[in-house]
Design a protein around this ligand. Structure first.
Ligand SMILES: [Mg+2]
Length: 116
C-alpha cells in the first residue's frame, strides 16, 4: 500500500474539503438548511427520549410548563415538520415513507417484543 507523508495527508484533506464545499454549493442552499435543521431536530428527539427514560414520562422539569412526554411530542412534531419540507422539496415521498414504515413494522414484529 502506498504510504502518504505529512504533506500527502494535508493535500488529501485539502482535496476532501474542496469536494465537500463543491457539493454544498451544488446542493440547493434551502435544502442544505432543511437537512441541518432536520439533523438538529433528530438530536432533540434523542434528548427528549432520554429525559423520559431517566426522569419519567409525567415528570416536569422545574420551571418548565410541559411534562417530558409533552416535550417529546413537541420535538417529534418539529421533526415531522422537517420531513414535510423534505416532501415539498421532492427529496422523499409519502409513498416511500409509508413503504418504509410498513417495512419497519414487519422488522419489529420479527426482531422485537413490541407486538407480542
Ligand atoms: Mg425542536
Amino acid at each position: 500500500m502506498m504510504r502518504l507523508g505529512h504533506s500527502g495527508i494535508r493535500w488529501l484533506n485539502f482535496l476532501t474539503m474542496i469536494l465537500h464545499h463543491t457539493w454544498i454549493l451544488k446542493m440547493d442552499s434551502k435544502l442544505y438548511e432543511i437537512m441541518n435543521i432536520l439533523s438538529e431536530e433528530c438530536a432533540e428527539v434523542v434528548q427528549a427520549v432520554s429525559k423520559c427514560n431517566r426522569f419519567g414520562l409525567d415528570n416536569i422539569k422545574p420551571g418548565k410548563p410541559l411534562t417530558n412526554a409533552q416535550h417529546l411530542e413537541g420535538e417529534i412534531g418539529d421533526l415531522l415538520a422537517m420531513v414535510d419540507l423534505l416532501q415539498l422539496k421532492g427529496i422523499v415521498t409519502s409513498e416511500g415513507l409509508e413503504a418504509a414504515k410498513l417495512a419497519k413494522v414487519e422488522k419489529l414484529k420479527k426482531w422485537s417484543n413490541i407486538y407480542e
